[in-house]
Structure formats: C-alpha cells, structure tokens
Design a protein around this ligand. Structure first.
Ligand code: ATP
Ligand code: GLA
Ligand code: MG
Length: 520
C-alpha cells in the first residue's frame, strides 16, 4: 500500500478492452460538459471504482479480513483549480445527472470549517467528506498551504445504494481530487485509503474499511485480500484456473437499501451490537479490551487478541483458524442468551450506568433498539472470519488439473459463499426476501455459490458461476425475478441489472495534456 496512486494519460490501462470504447465516449462527454459548465477545460480527472465483495460480510468493522474486488463501474471527477486569494475558498460542484444531484456552490470560511450535516441526505456531503479527510494531509505536506478554489464535475456509473459502494468510490475520488488539485501529486494508496475510511463516517454511516481499500487498491483481474489487523494491509489474489473457467456475476435486486436512513435500526445498530458483544465477553472474562482502529474503537478482533495474550487459556492453538474457532465457543459459553440482552443487563455487566453505555456507544451514531442480539452477531462475525480464511486458502493453494478437480474446488468455494448467505440471513439478519430469492434462482440455474454483497437489506447479489452457465442464470433471473417481481424497471435498469465483468483497477489520476485523446 506504500506505492503511489498511478497517474496516467490514457485509459488503456484502466478499463478492460471490451469497456474501452464506451468509456472513452463517457470521458469525452464529461470533459465537454465541464467546458460548457465552467468555460474551460479541466486539468485532470480522478477516478475510483465501486467494489463487489466476494466473501467476508459485515466483519471489516470487527477487524476481520474481507475479499472484495474492484468493479469496472466507477466515479470520475473532472477538476480544475485556482489559488484562493485568502483563507476563504469555494468549490463549484456539479453532476452529469443534475436532475438527481443538483449543482452547488460550496463556500468555506477556512480549511478548518468543513461542516457536514449528517442528518441531511445531501449528495455533496460525500464530496465534503473527501475534502475534510484530505485537508490534514495537505497541511502535513505544507503547514502554510492555502486551499485552492475548485471546479468539480462528477459522473458515476456505480448504482447508488445498490451494494457496490458508490459512496466509497465518490469519497475516495473526491479526496483524490482535492489532494491532486492542491498540488500534492505523490499520494500513497495507504494514505488515501486510510483518510477515506475515517472521513466517509462523517456522512452518518459508521462503516468499516473494506470499500475504500478495494476502491483505492484493487488490481485488474484479481480479488483483493484486505486485512485490518494489526494494521490495514492488502494483497491481490488471483483466481484459480478451472475448467470450465469460473466467473462472478453481479445482479441487482432493485430493492433500495438506504443505509443513511436505516442506519439506526440496521447498519449502525450492527456496529454497536458487535462492539457490545466484545465488551460483554471481555467483562465476563475479566479482560480489558485494547483501543483499536475499529469503527467504535473496541472489537471482537481486539477481544481475540486480549484473550490469547492473557493467561485465560493454556491450550495450544497452533493456527489462526483454531483461535477463531475457540472464540466461537467462548461466545456460546458467555453470551448464550439467544433472546438478546437489554441496556440494563449490558451496563451492569460492563460495570457502568445506562447513560454511560449510551454515551459511549450510541451517541455519535444514534440507534433505535431495546434488545441487542449479541450472541447471533458475534457468532456471525467469527464464523464468517473462518469462511474467509478457508476461501482465501483455497484460492491461493488450488491448481486443479482436471475438470473433476475443478468441480470439487468450485463446489467448495461456492459452499462457503452459500453458508455466508445463510449466516447473513439467519444470524446477522442483513438479507431480505428478494436477495434470498435471487440467490435461490441462481443456484437452481447452475451457480455454485450465491450471496448478498455489501451491506445487504437490498442492493446486489454476487454469484460464483462456471462460464458456461452465465446465459442460463441470466435468463432464469429475467424470467423468474425481473419480469415477474420488478415489471416496472426502465430499459436502462434492465440493461444494467446483471454484470459479468473482470475485476477492475483501483484509483487512478488521468492527466489531461493539451494533446489528450479526450480534448480533441
Ligand atoms: P453500499 O454502501 O451498500 O455498497 P452505496 O455506497 O452505493 O452502496 P450508500 O452508501 O447509501 O450506497 O451511498 C449512496 C450515496 O452516495 C448516494 O445517495 C449519493 O448521495 C452518493 N453518490 C454515489 N454516487 C454518486 C454520484 N455519481 N453522484 C452523486 N452522488 C453520488
Ligand atoms: C458497507 C460498509 C462496509 C462493510 C459492508 C458489509 O458496504 O461500507 O464497510 O461493512 O457494508 O460487509
Ligand atoms: Mg456505501
């Protein structure tokens, strides 16, 4: 992650060959719209993709590994900058979809006055999140720097609220635009990822770090193993060669899942539940949880580390999987009540008052719940961590030499994805009937493994599929889901419903020189 964000002048390294022609058209269109909006050319374009998560759902904020991949769909931002005359600065920001995202002139008193009202669902909050995250880095590069005025035009092809993390693509591309637009041209992948992880939380969703890591660090054609402990790290992982070749299909359910609106009862509540589960078991065992980089600063991963660093067990757990399995057994022992825990019981166990409990865990990101299903949430996290470990080991260590060996491998990988879906549905409660149905249809038509991807409660599904079954599965969804359950989809939505593509490249800057292919 210490290498720099690539700066290029052409798109050929960015998109796969089959997406190049349409992409060029789109980039040219962005530039000509920028010219009409601002009266001159942009100087560069920042680009960050969405991501699909193959396995490892809702465990990044407990600091367990995930396996996402960049997608080809992305957010591109055309930028021009000019030095501000005083500490005051302005950002003129527009979108190529002005009906949905109207233009704004953002004015800031100085670089310390970036206020984000997370209670409002306003698209420019995501830009401001990137801006806010970038400023400390700019001050570090030059303590006397003065923020430039910026002209910004945004275009996105990642479906919004669709589980493919348009938000991270937008926040990462925004931060990149601000950094590059203020003259910082050597930006490491680590610094961009880390600032975007923290700054995206200011829009009101207490998210983990998987999306930003994938958006910044993905490599074409590969999945990305993202680890969060002991520190953020990434490793691109190739897909095993199988016969028939494997591919991933991504299909939208068209059930909108607005995490911003449902946060208090869905996403942000889960973050609180897993944190309280860790605190509860730690209190029962007389352990003190270390502060860590998880969303609320204490995590189930931290619990695992504290437990094995203590003298609570003298058994020898030789592998990471053994240690995580042991954590699963501790959950059943110390958090056995499947009916849930109320504030009083949790506060008493932690030795604090209810108001302290609320102040510590439920104030920055408010939640609405009386009963906390701590057993189920911790069970999902540790079991999903085990599945990720098995999945990545299989990917790295398998090289099937016959179609029979390929079949065995695809089944094993697919089973892990199917188990992940069961756990998301029944234990973590983050699926919905439509996602389950799309997974069932795909499995009946030949998918080896099918599951929701991203936060869930709607959005997208991902499927591990032998290439020769792609058409059958697509047809099954059209006949049994899109035509019958979603008859009102627009032509555009129908065209974008199912995506089969190679994993795409991570963040990039494209410099627009005078002879640029886009300016002609
Ligand atoms: P998930 O987080 O489940 O993977 P997601 O990131 O697409 O899916 P949200 O986190 O709810 O969904 O973020 C969606 C929001 O991001 C939009 O409502 C909008 O405010 C902002 N956004 C994303 N892409 C764009 C874009 N191209 N133009 C303007 N705003 C955008
Ligand atoms: C959202 C969050 C991520 C992650 C996923 C669930 O996409 O932004 O950090 O928690 O949900 O795996
Ligand atoms: Mg998002």
């Amino acid at each position: 992650m210490d290498e720099q964000i690539p700066v290029k002048t052409s798109l050929s390294e960015l998109y796969p060959a089959d997406a190049l022609t349409t992409s060029k058209k789109r980039w040219k269109n962005l530039i000509s719209k920028f010219q009409s909006e601002f009266g001159h050319n942009p100087t560069f374009i920042a680009r960050c993709p969405g991501r699909v998560n193959i396995i490892g759902e809702h465990i990044d904020y407990s600091l367990y590994d995930a396996l996402p991949a960049g997608v080809v769909a992305d957010v591109i931002i055309a930028v021009a900058s000019s030095l501000a005359k005083s500490n005051q600065f302005a950002v003129a920001i527009s979108n190529t979809n002005p009906e949905k995202f109207s233009s704004r002139n953002l004015e800031f008193k100085d670089k310390d006055s970036i206020d984000i009202d997370a209670a409002k669902h306003e698209w420019t909050n995501y830009f401001k999140a990137g801006l806010k995250g970038a400023l400390p880095l700019l001050s570090k590069a030059n303590p006397d720097f003065r923020q430039s005025n910026l002209e910004i035009l945004v275009d996105g092809t990642v479906p919004t609220g669709g589980g493919l993390s348009s938000s991270a693509a937008f926040v990462c591309a925004s931060a990149l635009s601000v950094l590059y637009g203020n003259g910082v041209h050597s930006i490491t992948k680590r610094s961009l990822t880390e600032l975007a992880i923290v700054s995206e939380r200011s829009v009101g969703v207490n998210s983990g770090g998987m999306d930003q890591s994938a958006s910044v660090c993905s490599e074409s054609g590969k999945a990305l193993h993202v680890a969060f402990y002991p520190q953020l790290s990434v490793e691109p992982v190739s897909f095993p060669k199988t016969d028939p070749p494997l591919t991933f299909m991504i299909a939208q359910s068209f059930v909108a899942s607005d995490k911003h609106v449902t946060g208090p009862v869905c996403y942000n509540l889960r973050v609180v539940e897993v944190t309280l589960a860790a605190e509860y078991i730690a209190a029962k065992l007389g352990l003190k949880l270390p502060q860590d980089s998880s969303s609320l600063g204490r995590s189930l991963r931290g619990l695992q580390e504290a437990y094995f660093a203590s003298n609570k067990t003298n058994k020898d757990f030789s592998s990471e999987s053994d240690r995580v399995s042991h954590m699963l057994s501790l959950v059943q022992e110390h958090l056995s009540n499947k009916n849930g825990y109320d504030r009083q019981e949790i506060a008493t166990t932690l030795g604090i008052s209810i108001s302290e409990l609320e102040e510590r865990y439920m104030t920055t990101f408010p939640i609405h719940a009386e009963n906390f299903l701590l057993n189920q949430r911790a069970t999902h996290v540790y079991s999903e961590a085990l599945r990720v470990h098995k999945f990545i080991t299989l990917m790295k260590e398998s090289s099937p030499s016959s179609s029979q060996e390929s079949e065995t491998l695809l089944k094993e990988l697919g089973d892990l994805m199917n188990q992940s879906q069961i756990s998301c549905r029944e234990v973590y409660d983050c699926s919905c009937p439509e996602l389950d149905e799309m997974c069932n249809i795909a499995r009946e038509a030949g998918s080896y493994g099918s599951r929701l991807t991203g936060a869930g409660w709607g959005g997208c599904t991902v499927h591990l599929v032998p290439k020769d079954k792609v058409d059958d599965i697509r047809t099954a969804w059209i006949d049994k889901y899109y035509k019958t359950k979603k008859p009102d989809l627009s032509q555009e939505q129908r065209a974008e419903a199912v995506v089969v593509s190679e994993p795409g490249h991570g963040a990039m800057i494209i410099e627009l020189q005078d002879n640029s292919e886009f300016l002609t």
